[in-house]
Design a binder for this molecule. Structure first.
Ligand code: NAD
Ligand code: ZN
Length: 342
């Protein structure tokens, strides 16, 4: 039996472990990906500290931002060949239900919290077994650099696209939490709209990066942030994207939004806020934005291939994953923490 080392959740509430596991064989419709880069996401930290029953069953291999090269293709797979560079969708969709067919793979009827690295075996191992429908070719793009597009870069893109209808030139978008997801959101807002972008974060380094990536204003998160932003932009704003989702950031988001505006929450911060007709300005919307579509993934790969977005990351060798997770937790990592395999 050929084996590989994998970084696995073995028990809920206990630190992940490196274990030897069997190298899988691709069945019909599947591909085996030799891993090149795996981004680390704050969702990994949520998984590490989760009780049982939320993210599927242990044991499983972590890693849901995966890219590499095709090592083997299963029966009936067309469109990819051995050695092609590919990225593997972090959204685990079926491809044939009514919402998938309409192009809304992030609303797949069979979608569950479990997917690669979030309940099923993920990419923190030498090889990843994936359904061919979850794979997008990278062309000349380096899989290590592209890996964060498998979740951070695509989830943030989907959130920005859901904000676009209210983001006419001259309006304002606020991005709360300019880390992995938020720093991509700033770039997409800059690429796709003519809006004024306000970045909000607790970390000064993150705010500096956000300015470099295109934010016009940078505001330190805290009790005075709402007044500071209203002074800067002379009133309420059209869209707030919250990539933190804690009670204080939800409160900030709702306090900033104006008539017909959109609050889009992607952060899984466990926050709560009272909601009802009178809690929002007239015609404003409060939106849970989760995941992305295959179209989104293809579009961000195209933007990256055209050199239109920066793919900043800090590499961590496969035997240093714990260090990568620690840097992510402390928000000290520059760009995305990406695990490399060589
Ligand atoms: P990250 O750690 O890279 O970035 C989070 C940023 O928020 C950091 O820069 C941090 O300093 C900042 N922050 C923390 N508290 C703050 C506060 N009170 N005010 C302002 N800024 C604050 O995390 P990430 O990987 O970008 O993930 C962001 C969130 O999105 C996480 O909750 C993650 O689980 C979630 N997520 C959701 C989806 C989805 O489909 N909805 C997908 C992936 C990740
Ligand atoms: Zn489906």
């Amino acid at each position: 039996m050929a084996t590989m080392t994998a970084f696995r959740m073995v028990r809920w509430g206990a630190p992940p472990e490196y274990q030897e596991v069997e190298i899988p064989k691709p069945g019909p419709g599947q591909v085996l990906v030799r891993m090149a880069g795996a981004g680390l996401c704050r969702t990994d930290l949520h998984i590490l500290h989760s009780p049982p029953g939320i993210w599927g069953d242990v044991p499983f291999t972590l890693g849901h931002e995966n890219a590499g090269r095709i090592a083997e293709v299963g029966e009936g797979v067309t469109g990819v060949a051995v050695d092609d560079g590919v990225i593997v969708s972090g959204v685990n969709f079926c491809g044939h239900c009514d919402t998938c067919v309409r192009g809304l793979q992030n609303e797949c009827r069979h979608l569950q919290m479990s997917g690669y690295g979030t309940g099923d075996d993920g990419g923190l191992a030498e090889y990843l077994l994936a359904e061919a429908r979850h794979v997008v070719r990278l062309g000349e793009l380096d899989p290590v650099r592209a890996a964060p597009l498998a979740d951070a870069g695509s989830t943030s893109y989907h959130a920005v696209k859901r904000a676009l209808p209210v983001l006419l030139p001259g309006s304002t978008a606020v991005v709360i939490g300019v880390g992995g997801l938020g720093s991509y959101a700033v770039q997409y807002l800059r690429q796709l709209t003519g809006v004024r972008i306000v970045a909000v974060d607790t970390e000064k380094g993150r705010l500096e990066t956000a300015r470099h990536l295109g934010a016009h204003e940078a505001v330190v998160s805290g009790p005075s942030a709402a007044e500071e932003i209203k002074d800067l932009v002379h009133g309420p704003v059209e869209a707030v994207l919250d990539f933190v989702g804690a009670t204080p950031t939800l409160e900030l988001a709702v306090s900033l939004i104006g008539l017909g505006g959109r609050v889009l929450v992607a952060g899984i911060g466990g926050g709560e806020i009272p909601m009802g007709w009178e809690k929002l300005p007239m015609n404003a919307e409060f939106i849970n934005t989760t995941g992305f579509t295959v179209g989104d993934l293809n579009e961000v790969v195209a933007l990256a291939a055209a050199g239109r977005i920066e793919l900043t990351s800090t590499p961590f060798a496969f035997d240093r994953i714990e260090e990568g997770l620690e840097a992510l937790g402390k928000a000290t990592v520059v760009g995305r923490a990406v695990v490399t395999f060589d």
